[in-house]
Design a protein around this ligand. Structure first.
Ligand SMILES: [Zn+2]
Length: 429
């Protein structure tokens, strides 16, 4: 087998493309492969797909391809240009690369796989691409994925805020709770941001939303009420956020009480913070005795803790009516506890109760979103040096968007390299 035939087979080329020359440069560690189109071929106009014969060839271009063994491999070709009766002189696109790219489809897909596993600097070391090239491949992959994605509104949405870089700067994550993916990242956490997301869809499409998990955050509520039909039956306040209100109140009471006790030389609450905050059954065996002892001391913290623990039973109900009855009893207890932070938290929950009770119809939470949050935390660390918010958002969509990122659109050339490549791309999905 000749080297040219060998490379034709390796690259999966077929008529009218063929390999005309292969050059191995051992000291430089590279293989150069020249591809040409067979003379007399007819090509489709990229605009109208009408066939036309070759008018001339463009300047030679070079594409970085996957290595051949340890040798960097480069493809050279002069792409044919056709003269379409309607569209004039047009360049035929190469089946092995996207227009304008310096990399073959397979190479880009390899960089994409590498980007998924390590930070951009690591990708640069492994693939020999520059920072900008790797970023460019990531950006193109996201654009490709978004372009392929059907613009449908998910049936179960999760809306969550995420702080960006410094404190007090926020992004809003809109997630598809069924798929566990980030739908989009919105600037800010105001009403307008979320309205911007809903605004892409028609009323009819928005009425397809079944339920939306969110925090008790008024701008999100307002945006949803404004634009989503029947919002009042669809908003579900995240149960972990609901519990968080009471847990935060408990922690405030513990801090205050600890201060008072310490002033009197009493250290019993020292080092107990997490025991109060965690679920009762999670308390480690070796601390149970100590915890039981403190609870017998009739502290305010113990009372607040009992109120917190009892609210956990609320979530076990199946029917909203029963849950509501339970809440009323709990509310009476909480508001008569003489524990100010607990009373305040209880009143907040009562104010939001209708959309806390929707949980019993749509038992969704933002736990998925929380999971994504930690993935995003990793993305943040991995993509060290996001130069701006836009990069950050794109990286989130790259890693958490569930997008079809791979290069390899079906080509009109008929060359089987494209089919091989799209085969590879699909196998990766
Ligand atoms: Zn044309």
């Amino acid at each position: 087998m000749q080297d040219t035939e060998f490379y034709e087979a390796l690259l999966g080329l077929s008529d009218p493309w063929r390999v005309t020359r292969v050059k191995l440069d051992t000291p430089a560690g590279r293989v150069d492969v020249w591809i040409e189109d067979r003379p007399g071929g007819k090509w489709k106009c990229p605009e109208c797909e009408k066939k036309a014969s070759v008018y001339d060839h463009s300047e030679e271009r070079v594409w970085r391809h996957l290595n051949t063994c340890q040798f960097g491999t480069y493809i050279h070709a002069r792409l044919p240009r056709i003269k379409c009766a309607e569209h004039g002189v047009r360049q035929v696109s190469a089946p092995w690369a996207e227009p304008g790219s310096r990399f073959t489809l397979l190479y880009e897909n390899w960089v994409i796989d590498t980007l998924k596993e390590c930070d951009v600097t690591g990708v640069n070391r492994l693939t020999g691409t520059s920072w900008y090239e790797a970023w460019n491949i990531m950006e193109k992959a996201v654009a490709r994925g978004l372009g392929r994605k059907k613009n449908l509104v998910p049936a179960h949405l999760g809306i969550d805020e995420k702080s960006f870089a410094k404190r007090h700067r926020y992004e809003t994550l809109v997630c598809d709770l069924s798929k566990g993916t980030v739908e989009c990242v919105l600037e800010d956490r105001g009403q307008e941001s979320l309205e911007g997301y809903y605004g892409q869809f028609t009323k009819e499409e928005l009425s397809g939303i079944k339920a939306i998990a969110m925090d008790m955050w008024d701008p999100y509520i307002a945006a949803t009420r404004e634009l989503v039909p029947d919002a009042q039956t669809k908003i579900v306040f995240d149960r972990f956020h609901v519990m968080g209100q009471v847990t935060a109140a408990l922690d405030k009471i513990r801090r205050q009480e600890h201060k008072v006790l310490m002033a009197n030389g009493e250290q019993c609450l020292k080092g107990t913070k997490h025991l109060w905050l965690m679920n009762e059954e999670k308390i480690p065996d070796w601390r149970k005795e100590e915890f039981d002892e403190i609870r017998k001391m009739k502290l305010k913290t113990s009372r607040a803790w009992a109120i917190k623990e009892s609210l956990r039973h609320f979530w076990h109900y199946r029917y909203p009516k029963n849950a509501e009855k339970y809440f009323k009893r709990w509310y009476f207890w909480a508001t008569h506890s003489r524990l100010k932070p607990i009373i305040k938290a209880a009143k907040t929950l009562k104010r939001y109760l209708p959309n806390i009770l929707t949980y019993f119809k749509h038992p969704i939470t933002n736990a998925v979103t929380e999971g994504l949050n930690s993935k995003i935390q990793t993305v943040k660390q991995m993509a060290c040096g996001f130069r701006n918010r836009d990069h950050y958002r794109k990286a989130i969509l790259f890693h958490c968007g569930g997008l079809n990122l791979y290069a390899g659109a079906p080509s009109d050339s008929g060359a089987s390299l494209a089919t091989t490549i799209s085969g590879v791309a699909h196998a990766k999905l």
